[in-house]
Design a protein around this ligand. Structure first.
Ligand code: ADP
Length: 556
């Protein structure tokens, strides 16, 4: 069996100029990065803003296993299959981070015969967006410490600084650091630390900003820390946001590439799915809707987190109206939800499946709460047996939900034709009545409770004393009327990763509430949330190589 990289290297890519032309872009509206990648000017918006939008399809999943369940693969495969049906379709995905790429997961550009290409470039430095975000963020950090060193006119309390530095690498040794050591001339010593770049608020902002003006305003609202009398200090007060926006002038433009079958794809922005909203940029999604009749996009983690944030944060801010949801389920993950050990997932186990299906049932119920019609896609793995597949398909039918067996990983578009047909039919026959889950003007407690009870199935929410004091402070500062971005384990509907299936009789514990004032949401932290991952004992990087001819291996 060929590896993802081998399949990607055999792709017959079209020149990016041709891909751009096919979706109606003019030569002056793209900037080429080599022959197979391009950035698209945001000026296109002026030309297309009155054109009706295409249909918006969100791909999400049940609670996953640690390997990922194939959301990106299904997104790409569905886009390819829609093209195969002669539909004018596009894909919008997140751009990968080097941290997980070099760490556990390897590349993040789909898999098998459903990938975006050039896969190596997309997974490595691509068009430099992550570099630009890292630099913009670290400029703010540098200006902050310089301000304190040069007299601290803003009266910033160095013990109340909330902005860390960032790097696009899994680097546990940098989680907690001390800076400014070495004497008077080296700055003011204080405790600091690093987050991974995709956890930067700058990334979340880039993904939510409509244009440069909006970007600059949002960057200006980033809270870097608090004064000695507990007042927030912002990037605008440090006069950093103009230069930050300048550093992001190209990063804000969506990147255009193609799939293995030449379907056009935007790969743009990649905020963390825990402390941020985990979706590609609003600009890419909105442009994609103008340039195609069907735009397939994806949200990180399972539907309880990813889809909820896609709806309640991204769609709310960008006024997007999703037309359909594709809910990806795998037999492997359903068996895991039924209690099967990770090592035993390749063995047939109908009993476990019967128990584990409860996770799919709850996620279906949740999607229905947002009023968007859905199709379940069973992402077929080579180890699935016919009896297992039929069981899941029959269950979906019993629930009255459209279902399709998707084999896009092994067969590309051919393996997704049934799914594509069912998605088109669903959109044509079932109008979407999309609505967000809660009113953002409600109290923080009410908003968190709505998500925990309605979506996770929790009995209630316990706020620790720290969270309660955060809420008081945020209310006092008038920073409480924003949507909630839940930071929770992706492996369970609850905040306990070991509670699989559809857990009952649990409370969610919120231990802290942070504000991302520039992005425009409040982050409710449950459990242990990692903003700087570490590398495993044998990192994926240890398998990667390049030869004299520039041929890359080991990148999955
Ligand atoms: P997600 O987007 O849910 O994290 P991905 O689409 O990135 O998941 O897939 C995760 C990994 O699983 C990739 O390496 C991909 O090649 C592999 N994969 C996805 N679907 C299948 C499948 N049906 N059979 C075998 N491997 C698959």
């Amino acid at each position: 069996m060929k590896t993802d990289i081998q399949i990607a290297q055999e792709a017959k890519m079209k020149p990016i100029t041709e891909i751009a032309q096919n979706i109606g872009l003019k030569p002056e509206e793209i900037e080429q990065y080599g022959s197979t990648k391009a950035k698209v000017s945001l000026k296109v918006w002026d030309r297309l803003k009155d054109k009706p939008d295409g249909k918006l399809i969100l791909v999400t999943a049940i609670n996953p296993t640690p390997a990922g369940e194939g959301k990106s693969t299904t997104t790409v495969g569905l886009g390819q299959a829609l093209s195969k049906l002669d539909k004018n379709s596009m894909i919008a995905l997140r751009e990968p981070s080097l941290g997980p790429c070099m760490g556990v997961k390897g590349g993040a550009a789909g898999g098998g015969y459903a990938q975006v290409v050039p896969m190596e470039d997309i997974n490595l430095h691509f068009t430099g967006d992550l570099h630009a975000i890292t630099t913009a963020h670290n400029l703010l950090a540098a200006m902050l410490d310089n301000h304190i060193h040069k007299g601290n006119d803003l009266n910033i309390d160095p013990r109340r600084i909330v902005l860390k530095r960032v790097i696009d690498m899994n680097e546990r040794a940098l989680r907690n650091t001390v800076i400014g050591l070495g004497g008077r001339a080296q700055g003011v010593p204080r405790e600091d630390g690093f987050d991974i770049t995709v956890a930067s608020e700058v990334m979340a902002i880039l993904c939510l900003a409509k244009d440069i003006t909006d970007l600059k305003e949002r960057l200006g609202k980033i809270i870097v820390g608090y004064t000695y009398d507990k007042q927030p200090v912002t990037a605008a007060q440090l006069k950093a946001n103009g230069a930050m926006a300048l550093l992001l002038k190209d990063a804000i433009k969506p990147n255009l590439v193609q799939t293995l079958e030449n379907t056009p794809a935007f790969i743009h922005g990649g905020p963390f799915a825990n402390i941020a909203h985990g979706c590609n940029s609003v600009t890419a999604t909105q442009l994609g809707l103008k340039l195609s009749d069907y735009l397939v996009t994806e949200a990180g983690f399972g539907a309880d987190l990813g889809a909820e944030k896609f709806f309640d944060i991204k769609c709310r801010f960008a006024d997007l109206k999703p037309d359909a949801v594709v809910l990806v389920a795998t037999i492997r993950a359903l068996k895991m939800h039924g209690g099967v050990d990770k090592e035993q997932l390749s063995k047939e186990d109908l009993e476990a499946l019967e128990v584990g299906i409860s996770n799919l049932e709850k996620q279906i119920e949740n999607i229905k709460k947002f009023g968007v019609p859905l199709v379940v896609a069973v992402n077929k793995f080579p180890t699935d047996t016919d009896d297992e597949i039929n069981f899941v398909i029959d269950k979906c039918k019993e629930m009255g939900v459209e279902v399709s067996l998707s084999d896009v990983w092994a067969k590309g578009s051919e393996g997704g034709l049934d799914l594509a047909e069912k998605v088109v039919k669903t959109i044509e026959e079932k109008p979407s009545n999309f609505k967000v889950l809660y009113d953002e003007n409600k109290s923080i407690k009410e908003k968190v409770e709505a998500i925990a009870k309605e979506i996770y199935g929790a009995d209630g929410v316990e706020f620790t004393s720290k969270a309660k004091s955060n809420i008081k402070q945020l209310e006092k500062l008038n920073l409480d009327k924003m949507p909630i971005c839940m930071a929770k384990t992706q492996y369970s509907l609850s905040d306990n990763p070991s509670l699989l299936g559809k857990p009952k009789g649990f409370d969610i514990t919120v231990r802290e509430i942070k504000v991302s004032a520039g992005a425009g949401f409040l982050v409710a932290l449950t459990g242990a949330v990692m903003t700087m991952p570490g590398l495993p004992k044998v990192p994926a990087a240890a398998r990667m190589d390049i030869d004299e001819e520039g041929k890359i291996s080991g990148l999955f």
